[in-house]
Design a protein around this ligand. Structure first.
Ligand SMILES: [Zn+2]
Length: 118
């Protein structure tokens, strides 16, 4: 059971942002690296007061941040084609990962029901 707890642990990392000109903290969950095949993988999100800074962190299997890309979005050019593709790629990976997780939980659930004679 300790394994399961470990999976949900989070770790706080820092990254330097060229746009805000300061370091930011981010909380990363260990579950992020679970079932992943390739590292480092990109984590894409928006930050900043107006949520207008596109942030891509490249994260390795130890949840270390290996690279940081930040881009300020503006109204004329919210997402470039490349940015959109990269976000879509990232989301596809994430959906795959979540599907595998759902499958695993379904099996666990079925096993549990069997054990309980349900
Ligand atoms: Zn920033």
């Amino acid at each position: 059971m300790t394994d399961k707890k470990e999976e949900f642990k989070t770790i706080v990392r820092n990254y330097n942002c060229k746009i805000c000109n300061e370091g930011h903290k981010i909380e990363l969950s260990r579950s992020l690296v679970k079932d992943r095949k390739s590292f480092p993988f990109p984590k894409v999100f928006l930050h900043g007061e107006l949520r207008d800074i596109l942030t891509i962190l490249y994260i390795d299997r130890d949840l270390q941040i290996r690279g940081v890309e930040v881009q300020k979005l503006n109204l004329e050019n919210l997402f470039s084609k490349e940015q959109s593709l990269m976000i879509a790629d990232n989301l596809t990976d994430e959906i795959d990962r979540l599907n595998r997780e759902i499958e695993r939980l379904k099996n666990e659930n079925a096993d549990l029901k069997k054990k309980l004679g349900m």
